[in-house]
Design a protein around this ligand. Structure first.
Ligand SMILES: NC(=O)c1ccc[n+]([C@@H]2O[C@H](COP(=O)([O-])OP(=O)(O)OC[C@H]3O[C@@H](n4cnc5c(N)ncnc54)[C@H](OP(=O)(O)O)[C@@H]3O)[C@@H](O)[C@H]2O)c1
Length: 274
């Protein structure tokens, strides 16, 4: 099986690296093209055997599955380049939320899926959000989920909830890192603790918390109850967070959804949608 990647920027190269390191794909099974070909050549230098393709059409033509890893407003251009070479058995996978399955199905005579990865997939963790078009058969779904299972926990979601699911799964790592960075900076300025030491403690804590909430079987509520004994220090701090952060998460969701709507309108306009 050959798997194609169109766009080898941050997420395209993350997926390629993770799939090779997990053993799910050998470099010779990967064919990739990027607007700036240097990026693919660098990947091929690290992973001998990876096929550097000179055009997006060539990538699609030689693949059984092709991941489109470009930004939303670059999709239309890429689709125009590949539409004449796609064949009915090809599975085209979009990894971006504002390009809808119907956009791709209206332009491409092939099978279509949407799989939103997360940077956490680089270390074979986190979810990948899977949505399928009309032509995807059970065996196609199994093939895609088997591939994604090697680097993530594939979760089927409704396209209606793509944005909020992506907020939690794909934007979440940046939000959590931001929260920790602010906390570490405050720890340094309030107490004088060494910054690297504080950051290491915070990062180990996140890793352990993630394990408790997944394989450890604790719910978010149970975990707080286990740590915050009545009358204790944690309980006092949780009350502060509850008070000060009221409304912040609603605003966060409103901001991501407003930007999503903006992107969606631009993509609609490009695809001449109704
Ligand atoms: N980053 C994440 O954590 C994340 C998570 C989930 C989903 N995504 C989605 O992944 C997509 C890509 O994001 P990214 O962070 O990887 O962006 P990025 O780093 O900017 O990568 C985009 C790549 O696409 C290439 N490109 C642009 N137009 C092209 C064309 N016509 N043909 C071939 N290659 C082309 C660019 O090439 P140049 O080198 O010439 O610029 C660049 O390498 C976005 O739609 C985003 O929503 C990202």
């Amino acid at each position: 099986m050959k798997v194609g990647f169109i766009g080898t920027g941050s997420m395209g190269s993350t997926l390629i690296e993770a799939l090779i390191r997990s053993g799910a794909l050998e470099p010779r099974q990967i064919i990739a093209s990027n607007r700036t070909s240097d990026k693919v050549e660098q990947l091929a230098a690290i992973h001998p055997g990876l096929i550097v393709s000179r055009s997006n059409a060539e990538t699609a033509q030689h693949s059984q599955i092709v991941f489109l890893c470009v930004k939303p407003l670059e999709f239309k251009h890429v689709i125009d380049e590949i539409k004449t070479v796609v064949h009915p058995d090809l599975i085209v996978v979009s990894i971006t939320s504002p390009v809808l399955i119907k956009h791709l199905e209206s332009r491409l005579n092939c099978k279509v899926a949407k799989i939103i990865p997360s940077i956490t997939n680089y270390v074979w963790s986190g979810a990948s959000l899977c949505m399928y078009g009309k032509k995807i058969k059970t065996e196609d779904r199994l093939l895609l989920e088997q591939l994604m299972m090697s680097i993530s926990s594939p979760q089927q979601v409704s396209e209606q909830f793509t944005r909020i699911s992506s907020d939690l799964s794909s934007c979440g790592p940046a939000f959590v890192a931001f929260f920790l960075q602010k906390w570490v900076q405050a720890a340094v300025s309030e107490t004088g603790i060494d910054e690297k030491e504080a950051a290491r403690l915070a990062c180990e804590m996140v890793l352990g918390t993630g394990k408790l909430l997944t394989e450890g079987g604790l719910t978010l509520e149970q975990l707080q109850q286990r740590v915050a004994v009545p009358g204790g220090i944690t309980a006092e701090a949780l009350r502060l967070l509850d008070r000060e952060l009221a409304g912040v998460f609603h605003q966060l969701i409103q901001v991501t959804h407003a930007k999503y709507e903006e992107d969606l309108q631009k993509v609609h306009a490009q695809f001449n949608d109704e």
